[in-house]
Design a protein around this ligand. Structure first.
Ligand SMILES: NC(=O)c1ccc[n+]([C@@H]2O[C@H](COP(=O)([O-])OP(=O)(O)OC[C@H]3O[C@@H](n4cnc5c(N)ncnc54)[C@H](OP(=O)(O)O)[C@@H]3O)[C@@H](O)[C@H]2O)c1
Length: 283
């Protein structure tokens, strides 16, 4: 890798914590220069890390950040990592419209706005676009419809982009993590609790037993370190010919298998594993 400001530069969104922060560290350790974008711009600056501040749903702010990247002399990027994201969860019947829109606004529209704005940089650098999905993109989980659907959408737009951008020499990679030890789940649970508080009580109680069963099965999951995902992202960005998808984490083996099963068989297995099968039916 070159040793001065010619070192390849990568943009990472959602860099304030979790997988994004781990990715910024791993990329800087490998000799990349990193544009670390967070909502408040509070990522610590260093010789290798240049903080940027934007909300991924705000096109004007993303474009202003792109101007800052240009002003630093970077018109070409080796990578853009669309990592910013969140989870909206709960029985789909009870998910408020605003929450559903927030889910798609950040995970799908946000990913698209960042991609559109920084594609000229990726074309100039013959770089790699890295989109974060999740195992639930291929096998949706009960009470995780919004996040599952949003990540399925990211997978789908990545599949289209892979074909649209190949002749520019731009690669498109999906990183599909299993459960990772970050604060994304506590933030999602807090938002779901708030939404549940304004839902009709009789509907909330209808879903209590199945939700408790799924929550108990989720509590048994042992989340992995987000550094595993960061390492996969570094691998993808360092490869001459990156794979189209990198799956990360032990629970992804089961999800990969599930996604290939006939749907009824998959449903039976998921209902068994999550304890849903044992919840008495409502008559
Ligand atoms: N952790 C897992 O188990 C897991 C599994 C599969 C996929 N993923 C995916 O991996 C990515 C990173 O997740 P994580 O686990 O590291 O979660 P995290 O710790 O919550 O990090 C997500 C980051 O995205 C940022 N973000 C949220 N909304 C934003 C917005 N509108 N504009 C700009 N930034 C925004 C958050 O900033 P604030 O702190 O300001 O909200 C946060 O820094 C997400 O796309 C997630 O869906 C995670």
């Amino acid at each position: 890798m070159a040793s001065d400001s010619k070192r390849p530069a990568v943009l990472v969104t959602g860099a304030g914590g979790g997988i994004g922060a781990a990715t910024v560290r791993a990329l800087a350790d490998k000799g990349f220069r990193v544009y670390a974008a967070s909502r408040n711009g509070e990522v610590a600056a260093s010789a290798d890390v240049h903080p940027l501040a934007f909300d991924v749903t705000d096109r004007g702010a993303i474009e202003a950040a792109a101007e800052q990247v240009l002003a630093r002399g970077d018109h070409a990027l080796a990578g853009v990592v669309n990592n910013a994201g969140l989870i909206v969860q709960g029985p789909l019947e009870l998910v408020p419209e605003a929450e559903l829109r927030r889910q798609f606004d950040v995970n799908v529209i946000g990913t698209t706005l960042v991609t559109q704005t920084f594609l000229p940089f990726l074309r100039a650098g013959k770089g790699t676009l890295v989109n974060l999905t999740a195992g639930t993109a291929r096998a949706a989980g009960p009470f995780y419809a919004p996040i599952s659907a949003s990540k399925a959408a990211v997978q789908s737009l990545s599949d289209a982009l892979r074909l649209e951008l190949a002749h520019f020499g731009v690669s498109v990679v999906v990183i599909e993590p299993g459960a990772m030890d970050t604060t994304i789940f506590t933030k999602a649970a807090a938002a779901a609790e708030k939404a549940g508080a304004s839902a009709p009580k009789e509907l909330v109680s209808l879903y209590k037993a199945p939700q408790d069963a799924v929550a108990a099965s989720m509590a048994k999951l042992k989340p992995s370190s987000p550094t595993l995902v960061a390492d996969a992202i570094v691998k993808a960005l360092s490869a001459k010919k990156p794979k189209a998808r990198y799956t990360v984490g032990p629970d992804l083996r089961l999800l990969g298998l599930l996604s290939r099963l006939p749907l009824r068989t998959r449903d039976r297995l998921v209902a068994g594993v999550t304890g849903l099968a044992k919840v008495p039916a409502v008559h």
